[in-house]
Design a protein around this ligand. Structure first.
Ligand code: XMP
Length: 210
């Protein structure tokens, strides 16, 4: 089973397509964030889907009023995105506006140190929101496996946990899977490596043994 998600945070279209193509064998999905959309345009979603045949996650971290979330999500799903990542702190109506249009992943905690300031204190409420709305999955921090275990223990079974923060931010794939994550999101450790295919294979193999 493939549980690796490539965070393709490069600007250039050609480089993005090349890295995605050469790592696709080891991936469950490709995650596209603002750097690539700003650098290459929204059509990169359609192209990545054609080249890899994999699900595409649009990591827009949508955090606007329902109408604006709906306007953005509509175009992004239309371009071929299979999942959109949205913030929950703006309220359930904003999240529902995205969920009405397609599969949604809710941020319940973030991986960077600053997440302790505002997000972590409301993680319990965001988990409650996820349990009520039942999105495809939630984002939890691979940098804090104990938080992943905590989130797993509170989250309704069936809601997947996706964890960024492995590699460049210090998290370890094996550890976070044992803590209850379903998918591991990795960016720099793959795309900035001299051999992205070998880096993806190594992570995939590490995760298959768990
Ligand atoms: P790196 O290069 O650190 O890339 O492996 C990680 C990718 O994941 C995103 N990211 C997050 N997204 N909550 C999120 O929703 C988080 O806590 C989080 N931490 C990292 C980051 O933008 C990059 O695309």
């Amino acid at each position: 089973m493939r549980r690796l998600v490539l965070a393709l945070d490069v600007y250039e279209r050609d480089r993005a397509l090349e890295i995605a193509e050469c790592t696709a064998d080891y991936l469950w999905a490709v995650k596209v964030n603002w750097p690539l959309i700003i650098g290459s345009g929204l059509n990169i979603i359609t192209e990545l889907k054609q080249v890899t045949g994999l699900p595409i996650i649009a990591d827009l971290k949508l955090a606007d009023i329902p109408n604006t979330n709906r306007l953005i999500a509509g175009k992004v799903f239309e371009a071929g995105a299979d999942y959109i990542i949205a913030h929950g702190f703006v309220g359930s109506d904003s999240v529902e506006a995205v969920m009405e249009l397609g599969r949604t992943i809710l941020v319940v905690e973030m991986s960077h140190p600053g997440a302790r300031e505002f997000i972590q204190p409301v993680t319990d409420k965001l988990i409650e929101m996820a349990n009520g709305l039942e999105p495809f999955g939630v984002i939890a921090p691979a940098t804090r496996p104990e938080r992943v275990s905590y989130i797993r223990s509170k989250l309704k079974p069936g809601i997947r946990i996706l964890t960024p923060g492995v590699g460049a931010q210090g998290g370890r794939a094996g550890e976070v899977l044992k803590a209850g994550a379903d998918y591991v999101i990795v960016g720099r450790s793959i795309y900035a490596s001299e051999n992205p295919r070998a880096a993806a294979r190594k992570l995939h193999e590490e995760m298959t043994g768990v």
